[in-house]
Ligand binder design. Structure first.
Ligand SMILES: [Ca+2]
Ligand SMILES: [Ca+2]
Ligand SMILES: [Ca+2]
Ligand SMILES: [Ca+2]
Length: 440
């Protein structure tokens, strides 16, 4: 090979390989304060994502207090939870999960199988110490510490912040990142730190006085909304950093997840959701779950719904394109969709039928090969994107609309055009009848 060609080859290799090796790290999923018969010291989890095998020395995941009062003398800005990543590394698939000690099917102290299943390849850190939940300090085997030793995340709002300590202090519980409760004293949290990723969450009404510190922050209320709080009518004016964004979603939040493999800091990069254990969502109760089966939280809806009969062709209460006003998802994820089946792997993403975090031709293949498949409340095919218990043309349209999201991997760029199911579409017209016949 002539020298110039060699040089070009080296350059091309650098261009192609460098982005894969970027030492980027993301907060990928946080499930906290589970509702219904969920248990705060059992069902929470946190997932991080980055380059496969990435060492995490000098990295910490901290949660910063958001609560404040009218005098700005509250604890806003204090570090209230710490997960020490020093000595760990991301798994071979680029994921790391923190799970709680009580993360077991059955009651407290049950020594049964894990309540969640984790995707193989992920670093799976489960607290096996004596303390509840994540444990705290000496009671945690996964490097967790929290203010009250409760072993769980605080529900009253927080900023989750992933930091790398290049120099400067090791984070400690009670360290104040915001003296005067008027914004971060140092844009990096502390001198010598680097903030790699952050997400802010306001509990309902904490938007009156509370303060959050991430580039993007979510809460229930809209700015300007008038609420009764602290003995009077108050206006919602979320306190955030200069140039940061606040988004009111209209419902209480229990789940913050990056949308697929997203890496940005916009509303669109996050799935902000509330989860349900309402049997009307199709959720399996403890008695229905086989031993060791993953816990079954699903996309929630503000209404109350009866359980649809198994095999019913009735649609769930909300479908894409129907009234979405009460669906507690900023991505219009259909009611009843399982959201916690991807712990240690890419997050739920509409149209991602093989669950690899990308919407591309491989997902089309799944749709094509399962076209006509029928599901029910308890099990529905992977390619049933609109959760109407049937793989049909509507699911193709959903895949097509999402094609390329959130950012296509190099392999997808090589796929010439979007597959058109010309012959398959002919089948769709006859599908409902065929599906009905199958069940008779
Ligand atoms: Ca300050
Ligand atoms: Ca995940
Ligand atoms: Ca996919
Ligand atoms: Ca469908």
């Amino acid at each position: 090979m002539p020298p110039r060609a060699l040089h070009l080859a080296a350059l091309l290799t650098a261009v192609l390989v460098t982005p894969m090796l970027r030492a980027e790290l993301y907060i990928n999923e946080i499930f906290f304060d589970p509702g219904g018969d969920g248990v705060e010291q059992r069902d929470e989890f946190i997932e991080l994502r980055g380059a496969p095998g990435m060492p995490l020395d000098d990295h910490y995941l901290i949660f910063v207090e958001n609560e404040d009062n009218g005098d700005n003398t509250g604890p806003a800005g204090l570090v209230e939870n710490i997960f020490t990543l020093d000595g760990y590394s991301l798994g071979s698939n680029g994921f790391l999960v923190f799970r709680q000690a009580g993360n077991l099917l059955g009651g407290a102290g049950d020594s049964g199988p894990s309540r969640y299943s984790v995707v193989p390849g992920a670093t799976d850190l489960v607290n096996t110490g004596a303390g509840p939940g994540y444990g705290s300090g000496a009671t945690s085997t996964i490097g967790a510490e929290d203010e009250g030793g409760e072993g769980s995340l605080e529900n009253g709002g927080f900023t989750a912040m992933l930091i790398r300590k290049n120099t400067g202090p090791v984070p400690t519980i009670g360290l104040d990142l915001d003296e005067g409760n008027d914004g971060l004293d140092n844009p990096n949290g502390q001198e010598g730190w680097e903030i790699l990723d952050a997400i802010g969450y306001f509990e309902p009404l904490e938007t009156v006085y509370g303060r959050s510190y991430a580039p993007i922050n979510f809460g229930r209320e809209e700015p300007g909304e008038l609420v009764f709080f602290d003995g009077g009518i108050k206006e919602i004016q979320p306190n955030i950093e200069p140039d940061a964004v606040y988004v009111g979603v209209g419902y209480e939040i229990e789940y913050l997840g990056r949308w697929g493999n997203s890496t940005g800091q916009t509303n669109d990069d996050w799935h902000i959701s509330n989860l349900t254990d309402n049997p009307g969502s199709g959720r399996l109760t403890a008695g229905q779950l086989p031993d060791g089966a993953p816990v079954d939280y699903r996309q929630s809806y503000t209404g109350d719904h009866g359980l649809l009969a198994s095999g019913s062709t009735d649609t769930p209460p909300t479908q894409p394109g129907e009234s979405q006003g009460s669906l507690e998802s900023n991505k219009d994820v259909p009611y009843g969709t399982r959201l916690l089946t991807n712990i240690g792997g890419p997050n739920y993403l509409t149209g991602d039928y093989n669950g690899d975090g990308y919407v591309n031709a491989a997902d089309y293949t799944i749709w094509r090969d399962s076209l006509g498949a029928v599901g029910d409340e308890f099990a529905h095919p992977a390619a049933d994107a609109n959760h109407n218990f049937m793989v049909d043309g509507a699911d193709y349209e959903i895949w097509r609309a999402a094609y390329g999201a959130p950012e296509a991997p190099p392999a997808a760029a090589a796929v010439a055009g979007v597959p058109e199911p010309a012959s398959a579409l002919l089948v769709i017209a006859a599908l409902p009848l065929a599906a009905i016949r199958r069940r008779v």
